[in-house]
Design a protein around this ligand. Structure first.
Ligand code: ADP
Length: 409
């Protein structure tokens, strides 16, 4: 019954100048078509569209705002020749990625006027993302009147963190006044791979201690105890934690005052730490891409080799710490562009985990590329498993779960 009512779920990830969409059929969890409108609000907006298993197509469109962008995307989805549905009436529900839900949203939620106000309130903590996510929601309300919308927050899964993990040791008044605390991000991905790990291990998630490493351009790790987050590496913002493509991860916070006193403005420092640091800052080739870093290291570039070691060192440091906090881990999960595809990236971490009973299997590690697979030796006490993430499917699942529950009431 719920599948009949909520079979076709559209997933929307709306950015400031882009709108990504994916249409799922939930009875089989298949992605029917996906696409992206980019450069919204400029004269050279583009629609990229792809049906499942078919080549991508790109066309120039006019999309002065998110509403127009969505209308063009929907026209394609229902196109008699190129589309995958006969009419937009087939879309039963829409799931939206929303970056920041602060403490207000601890779970996915059906969107109402109050929820939209709440998302707006959280914009203070994600000024670039939340307003763009709201634009996508408003566009859907216009194009799909009477279709339920659900918000799925990047931060929600991490809301289960205990207070001693999420508080910063700065005066309490900053938490009280501004909500300064650790929130964590990539929650949808951590939740997806945690559930997938439980399925793979054939054990209930409630019984497992997992360390999930989402390693992409942006990276974060999480300690997950019985399906609840115990700690995660990102914080108030996505800047701290492990070393990322262009973000520095953890640094001594006093570096910021030091640079400010040298004459840099806050915006300049912000730009350096977010956009010019991480692998890009240290690998000597000016690229934040792991593939470029690995290639440069293979050519004997010492700075790139050091960047790879820094990446592995920092990630292993968190895995070791989380292993302790969890009282032992049942599995270490790798996901994200690097976690799924870069065997040298994984190797840089795995070779540092022997002390906790996780030993790399070099051959297996080399052979796993974009698929589920174990990359540790059989004798390892803790297996390291690569699990491809699927944040869009998770958003569709969350949307379905929430709406199906309303039918039971
Ligand atoms: P984002 O955080 O933007 O979603 P991704 O998850 O796509 O980023 O990850 C991007 C990173 O993954 C880059 O450092 C890239 O080098 C790495 N990566 C992506 N695909 C591959 C691949 N096929 N082989 C090796 N590394 C890859």
């Amino acid at each position: 019954m719920p599948f009949k009512k909520f079979d076709k779920i559209l997933v929307i990830n709306s950015g400031s100048s882009s709108l990504k969409f994916m249409l799922f059929s939930m009875s089989t969890e298949t992605m029917m078509a996906k696409g992206l409108v980019e450069r919204i609000g400029t004269p050279n907006a583009n629609l990229v569209y792809q049906r499942d298993g078919e080549p991508k197509m790109t066309q120039g469109i006019s999309a002065e705002n998110h509403g127009k962008a969505l209308a063009m995307a929907c026209k394609m989805l229902a196109d008699p020749e190129l589309g995958v549905i006969k009419s937009l009436k087939e879309v039963n529900a829409i799931g939206h990625r929303v970056v920041h839900g602060a403490e207000e949203f601890t779970d996915s939620v059906a969107i109402t006027e109050d929820v939209k106000t709440g998302i707006k309130t959280c914009s203070d903590l994600a000024p670039l993302h939340n307003p763009a996510n709201l634009d996508g929601i408003v566009a859907c309300e216009t194009v799909f009147p009477n279709v339920p919308n659900v918000a799925v927050f990047d931060t929600a899964f991490h809301q289960s963190m205990p207070k001693h993990a999420y508080m910063y040791a700065i005066p309490q008044k900053y938490y009280d006044e501004y909500g300064i605390r650790k929130y964590g991000f990539h929650g949808t991905s951590h939740k997806f791979v945690a559930q997938a790990a439980a399925d793979y291990l054939k054990r209930p998630l409630e019984d497992l201690n997992l360390i999930t490493c989402h390693l992409g351009n942006g990276s974060s790790s999480a300690a997950i105890q019985g399906g609840k987050v115990l700690d995660t590496t990102m914080g108030l913002t996505p800047l701290p934690g492990v070393i990322m493509g262009t973000r520095c991860g953890d640094i001594d916070p006093a570096i910021i005052f030091f640079l400010a006193r040298k004459g840099m403005t806050i915006d300049e420092i912000d730009n350096v730490l977010n956009k010019q640091s991480g692998l890009m800052g240290v690998n000597g080739i000016g690229s934040g891409d792991m593939r470029d870093t690995v290639n440069a290291a293979a050519q004997g570039k010492a700075a790139a080799e050091n960047a790879l070691n820094m990446f592995g060192h920092r990630a292993a440091l968190y895995i070791g710490g989380y292993h302790t906090l969890l009282g032992g881990a049942d599995a270490i999960i790798f996901t994200g562009g690097i976690g799924e595809n870069s065997f040298p990236g994984r190797k840089a971490i795995l070779t540092r985990l022997e002390a906790i009973g996780c030993k790399i299997d070099e051959a297996k590690n080399k052979s796993v590329f974009g698929t589920l697979g174990v990359v540790s030796t059989e004798a390892s006490k803790i297996p390291a498993i690569v699990i491809p993430t699927n944040e869009e499917l998770m958003i569709a699942r969350e949307t379905f779960r929430l709406l199906a529950a309303t039918l039971k009431k």
